[in-house]
Design a protein around this ligand. Structure first.
Ligand SMILES: C[S@@+](CC[C@H](N)C(=O)[O-])C[C@H]1O[C@@H](n2cnc3c(N)ncnc32)[C@H](O)[C@@H]1O
Length: 511
């Protein structure tokens, strides 16, 4: 353990100290990305590297973490610790920065970013994990010394000692703005979200008839670790297969879901591509798109207009294959999967590899499909690019990276894609408009705008379609209440359904 300076009001940390070649701690350490070793255990080193990559390179934690864990040879509990440290510090940044600011005379914006990331890791351990305080402080101080030198480590020591003087509730009561005078500011700091997201989610709750009092619960749900759920692809696997060993139990709402207890690759069906990791909300969207009633026979010409990386396309293709085998669709049945980004189209191709149905993955702009193939398809799923405000628990840094301007910049694309989908579907065919955001600007308002002045499209009873799929399954502790609303669209909620907050509006061209 390192020697620590006495607690006190910390002085200014040296900026960019690590780059000037200061004295280093000589202890053996770990550096998952291969550079100079960090004087800290491998799990903390990986977590720190993730935070640095997110801050410096705009990396996505969920994409880089698996490779870093592999390179550091971390598995089991150690991998779990690294993940919890990185995700927790990223999610909690809003609360931790306010608390760190109260522990120093410097604005957080003036702290060397390399030191600040370490302080966030330390604060997460002190305030939200059962790490003994002396270990949380000393490991962080060692880390800062190896990265930024002794001056910065004294600063870190002083800040963290102050942070450790109170528990998280006491700190939040001190540093969050007054709840009466500034309710959004209070929730933003208490639940670690940017204020504009707090406001947007309140509007979203109200707009779907949920009481705004649910907002704290919704915000808190974004800070909890989501369970890992798999979809058993129909015809290739089933829930019974996934749950027959000790590795999974049946899902909550989706008829093809299994909740995993361990790593996905423990399950053979997942290793073989017969089942896929997929949130239950996404499963219900794809199942709903396939189940919504068409007028006239469904020939099996299905289109996924925004397919990458291919989770919903895989489920649609498996369902189509089953229907084909049962003679319910024609011999020319196929799933056309359109994706504008080439590398994501490659992922769609991979996701469909195990499925025995005709499919065609196309790299093109979905906005052009309606004009190119008017009225061709029986079913179109248009799962548009969105802010992802409904999946904040999965992408721990995204809440800090998104901006209100994303809502306005995505809006024309979302409208154009829905218009293209409606042009591509035949009269009597179904369009499923979906987002993984509950924000009104990306959900109701898009559908309302596109349908305004059109009398050739009807809104289907989306809650009714999902209710039939859910069957006798129920949310634990809620009796018969499924919280699907009065329609015509459905908004799923993380705090109510345990799914990502997916929106689904089922529409049908009038025959
Ligand atoms: C929300 S994601 C779709 C997720 C997918 N349905 C799944 O379940 O895996 C939206 C996708 O639309 C793609 N996209 C963006 N603009 C597009 C466009 N103009 N045409 C087609 N795809 C587009 C993005 O690259 C992204 O892969």
């Amino acid at each position: 353990m390192s020697k620590q300076a006495p607690a006190g009001r910390p002085s200014r940390p040296p900026r960019q100290a690590g780059k000037s070649g200061r004295a280093r701690d000589s202890r053996e350490g770990s550096r998952p990305s291969g550079g100079r070793p960090l004087a800290v255990d491998p799990a903390r080193a990986v977590a720190y590297e993730v935070l640095r990559a997110v801050t410096e390179r705009d990396a996505y934690a969920n994409l880089i973490l698996p490779g870093m864990l592999r390179r550091a040879r971390l598995r089991g509990r150690d991998a779990g610790l690294a993940t919890e440290l990185a995700y927790g510090a990223l999610r909690g940044r809003g609360s931790y920065d306010a608390i760190i600011a109260a522990g120093t005379d410097r604005p957080v914006a003036e702290i060397d970013p390399a030191v600040l990331d370490a302080l966030r890791l330390g604060a997460h351990q002190l305030l939200h994990m059962r790490v003994p305080p002396h270990a949380a402080v000393s490991t962080t101080v060692d880390l800062v010394r190896s990265v930024s030198g002794p001056g910065a480590s004294r600063f870190a020591n002083a800040v963290l000692r102050r942070v450790g003087e109170r528990d998280v509730d006491e700190w939040l009561a001190r540093v969050a703005p007054d709840a009466q005078e500034n309710p959004d500011g209070n929730l933003a700091v208490t639940y670690s979200h940017p204020e504009w997201i707090v406001r947007g989610l309140r509007d979203a709750l109200r707009g779907t008839g949920r009481p705004a009092q649910e907002l704290p619960e919704l915000l808190a749900s974004h800070n909890a670790r989501p369970s890992v759920v798999a979809a058993a692809l129909p015809g290739l696997s089933d829930v019974a297969e996934l749950t027959e060993g000790p590795h999974a139990r049946p899902g909550v709402l989706s008829p093809v879901a299994a909740v995993l207890k361990g790593a996905p690759d423990e399950i053979a069906a997942i290793r073989q591509g017969r089942a896929r990791v997929q949130d239950e909300g996404s499963q219900l969207v794809a199942l709903g798109a396939a189940a919504a009633p068409t007028t006239g026979p469904d020939r099996g010409l299905w289109l996924d207009l925004c397919a990458g990386p291919g989770g919903k396309a895989a489920l649609l293709a498996a369902l189509l294959s089953e229907r084909h085998a049962a003679g319910l669709v024609g011999d020319d049945a196929e799933l056309v999967a359109v994706e504008s980004a080439e590398h994501r189209a490659g992922l769609v191709q991979q996701s469909l590899a195990a499925i025995r149905c005709a499919y065609d993955v196309r790299v093109r702009d979905g906005r052009t499909v309606g004009e190119a193939e008017p009225g061709r398809y029986d079913r179109v799923l248009v799962d548009v690019p969105c802010t992802g405000l409904g999946a904040l628990r999965r992408r721990p840094e995204s809440r800090w990276r998104r901006a209100p301007s994303d809502l306005t910049s995505l809006a024309p694309l979302q409208r154009a894609l829905l218009e293209s989908a409606l042009a591509a579907v035949r009269p009597g065919g179904v369009v499923a408009y979906a987002t993984c955001s509950p924000h009104p600007a990306e959900t109701r308002m898009v559908v309302d705008d596109v349908l305004r002045g059109r009398d050739d499209v009807e809104r289907l009873d989306s809650p009714g379609v999902l209710r039939d799929l859910i069957g006798s399954r129920r949310l634990p502790g809620h009796g018969d209440e499924l919280f699907l609303g009065d329609g015509p669209a459905v908004q799923l909620w993380t705090h109510l359904h345990g799914t990502d907050s997916m929106f689904l509006s089922l529409l049908r061209r009038r025959a």
